[in-house]
Design a protein around this ligand. Structure first.
Ligand code: A3D
Length: 320
């Protein structure tokens, strides 16, 4: 059986990490694509040269021509510009919208059967634009944000409780901005919902509130520390989990920016919801019920995303 082919559009910080992880996990052969000449070729060769040490079999190549992604099974898109200190994800909109248009065309012409995961920010609006530009079915185009935001939430909870990250589940929905919605009622430590943990005195309400706040601002915390870019290890690991669920038909339920066509009462919008990912892409969107506060928070986050999508339509009416 031929190996799967994984194409990474954008060979920057996240792209390089994705290639390394995909190699280590033997997910398939890997193509790194970038407009910068030499970068994808150099990273591909460097990672290929690590394969004898780590003992993984994967072909790696770098390219500046979309022909190289031909027939890819999975495509992960990080092409664009990342945040610099003081920049919001939304500041990136105009620049990265043009990039999504170009990437969408490249995918349409060379790999129309791929499962596409977008990471480029502002995430929810960019994955919407990428789906429109590529013309791929909406269930085959998805955005990565919720796995990362939930992983941050889980990590902070693990730190606060001293429990293994493996036994902590958390769900962060809504758009990938500071008004994202970490769902406390649906998050558990050792199977115990967080409100019960507070009731039992294991975690104070104050500590929980500070963790929720830190989760919302998790991306900015890393940007402020790094000063020259944004997070890349955890974002790459998160997208690889989504790719693996598709390639191995794992049918994992992962929070993802998925296309809503009536679910949650929303249409023609990408926003973070629990999605079942299997061999057919996004196979099901799970609708959870919200209490009054969660409903209000989700509506606020959704409004931000829809504002950005409206801005995309204004800048490029051809996408609408
Ligand atoms: P960076 O290291 O700058 O890599 C981006 C790469 O894209 C560079 O190598 C560029 O040369 C390349 N590029 C630019 N334009 C094009 C184009 N038209 N076609 C192909 N390649 C192009 O950034 P990064 O890897 O750190 O981040 C990539 C994106 O992910 C940014 O938009 C970030 O804001 C975003 N990001 C999202 C999350 C989420 O959770 C959603 C987290 C972290 C970063």
């Amino acid at each position: 059986m031929a190996r799967n082919k994984i194409a990474l559009i954008g060979a920057g910080q996240i792209g390089g990490t994705l290639a390394h992880l995909a190699g280590l996990k033997e997910l398939g052969d890997i193509v790194l694509f970038d407009i910068a000449e030499g970068t994808p070729q150099g990273k591909a060769l460097d990672i290929a040269e690590s394969s004898p040490v780590d003992g993984f079999d994967a072909k790696l190549c770098g390219a500046n021509d979309y022909k190289a992604i031909e027939g890819a099974d999975v495509i992960i898109v990080t092409a664009g510009v990342p945040r610099k200190p003081g920049m919001s994800r939304d500041d990136l909109l105009g620049i990265n919208l043009k990039v999504m248009d170009a990437v969408g065309q490249g995918i349409k012409q060379n790999a129309p059967n791929a499962f596409v995961i977008c990471i480029t920010n502002p995430l929810d609006a960019m994955v919407w634009a990428l789906q429109k530009a590529s013309g791929l079915p909406a269930n085959k185009v998805v955005g990565m944000a919720g796995v990362l935001d939930s992983a941050r939430f889980r990590y902070f909870l693990a730190e606060a409780t001293g429990v293994s990250v493996k036994d902590i589940h958390a769900m962060t929905l809504g758009g990938h901005g500071d008004d994202m919605v970490p769902l406390v009622r649906y998050s558990t430590v050792g199977g115990v919902p967080l409100p019960e943990l507070v009731k039992s005195g294991w975690l104070t309400q104050e500590k929980l509130d500070s963790i929720v706040d830190r989760t919302r601002k998790g991306g900015g915390e890393i940007v402020a520390l790094l000063k020259t870019g944004s997070a890349f290890y955890a974002p790459a690991a998160s997208a690889i989990a989504m790719a693996e669920s598709y390639l191995k038909d794992q049918k994992r339920v992962l929070p993802a920016a998925a296309y809503l066509n009536g679910e949650y009462g929303v249409t023609d919008t990408y926003v973070g919801v629990p999605a079942l990912i299997g061999a057919n892409g996004v196979e099901k969107i799970i609708e959870v019920s919200f209490d009054a506060t969660e409903k209000e928070q989700f509506a606020k986050s959704l409004a931000s995303v829809q504002g950005l999508i409206a801005a995309c339509k204004q800048i490029n009416p051809a996408l609408a």
